[in-house]
Design a protein around this ligand. Structure first.
Ligand SMILES: *Cc1c(COP(=O)(O)O)cnc(C)c1O
Length: 357
């Protein structure tokens, strides 16, 4: 019998599987989830909708009704096409699989979203990264444009706002990158609902721009629904890579239902933005903490000893994300997701205790 090293490609054997922390019994502030659930009346209506679903049939392969709701709520320009993924992670995977080969490279700034690297490696696509500016995590415009000139990337990913730093990159730099890139530029707007700007309307201006969205961070992470919008000439090719029934009937029906009540999700995201500001001010008032402003539903901050503080918080029942060791610019950095007010308060109490202040 063959051994794994004879069967699996070296790039795959070199990977480590995406690790998700076991969160049982913790106050969970590690994964950018919306902390709010639905009231009983809405749950009842949802269950009635699901009761009508034919689970004996395959899903609508084009997910047309869901696409229409996403178009409406995410303000996709009429001339742009859309394609759906089982989460936006799957869209990143489709792009990498469809474009890998012929020496094509994927370029992205770091620290950034880890799935870009992981999925490039799985697809066998050369991955090029370059650092953000140290002070404020904005793009280094000159370095980005020089790298684009040198590497001629087939695919550029820019998370806007960026994860794990929470900032929006300078718009004019993003525009310059779109114009300089010979391939496609994906502006990943997973946190759009918490931010002041978007590139959705710019789809009409830039033919090589694709805008990616997800419903995960606005309260529907469990459904796994992501969307990519852009020119038909690209999305028609991507459709060939998409598995025909990648969005199951329950996810489609649930997402349609939730988006028909979109104003409830908007109320929640607005509440989270307010609570983010309170949390930011509280962190800013703690002398040993360095904190960066955020346009997302999480906050990046630096402490004297992140691994020790992470362990202390965990021991106090609070799970956040330890970024120390993940990138040289993130030394002693932690990331906390904005939770409910009482969760944020417990986090701050535990943090003070852990810092000994
Ligand atoms: C969370 C996240 C995603 C993935 O979202 P899913 O739709 O849940 O797969 C994509 N991009 C960024 C930057 C994210 O932080």
């Amino acid at each position: 019998m063959l051994k794994p090293e004879q069967l699996f490609r070296a790039e795959i054997r070199d990977l480590s599987a995406y690790h998700v922390q076991d969160a049982a019994d913790y106050i969970k502030l590690d994964a950018m989830e919306n902390p709010y659930t639905w009231d009983d009346e809405q749950k009842q209506l949802w269950l009635e909708t699901l009761a009508e679903v034919s689970v004996n049939r395959y899903p609508d392969p084009g997910a047309e009704q869901l696409k229409a709701e996403l178009r409406r709520t995410m303000q996709v320009p009429d001339n742009s096409a859309i394609i759906l993924g089982n989460g936006s992670d799957e869209l990143i995977q489709m792009l990498a699989l469809a474009i890998a080969g012929a020496g094509h490279k994927l370029l992205t700034p770091e620290p950034g979203f880890v799935m870009y690297r992981l999925l490039a490696q799985i697809a066998g696509m050369e991955y090029v990264s370059l650092p953000l500016q140290n002070s404020n995590f904005d793009l280094d415009k000159a370095a980005m444009l020089a790298a684009i000139k040198k590497h001629q990337p087939a695919l550029v990913f820019l998370a806007y706002p960026n994860n794990p730093t929470g900032n929006l990159f300078e718009r004019s730099t993003v525009e310059a990158i779109i114009q300089a890139t010979p391939g496609l530029v994906v502006v990943d707007e997973a946190y759009c609902a918490f931010a002041q700007d978007s590139f959705m309307a710019d789809l009409e201006k830039y033919p090589n721009l694709l805008v990616m969205r997800t419903v995960s961070k606005i309260g529907l992470a469990g459904l796994r629904v992501g969307m990519l919008a852009g020119d038909t000439q690209w999305l028609n090719e991507l459709e060939k890579v998409r598995l025909p029934y990648n969005l199951n009937v329950l996810s489609q029906a649930s997402a349609i239902f939730a988006l028909q009540h979109y104003e409830r999700l908007t109320e929640q995201t607005q509440k989270i933005c307010k609570d983010r500001e309170a949390l930011f001010q509280a962190l800013k008032a703690m002398p040993p903490v360095q904190v960066w402003p955020s346009q997302a539903n999480f906050i990046l901050f630096r402490v004297p000893d992140a691994p020790a503080l992470f362990a202390s918080l965990k021991q106090q029942g609070i799970l956040i994300k330890n970024l120390h060791g993940s990138h040289s610019l993130l030394e002693n950095c932690l990331r906390v997701t904005v939770g409910k007010p009482d969760e944020n308060r417990l986090f701050l109490d535990a943090l003070r205790k852990g810092l000994g202040i």
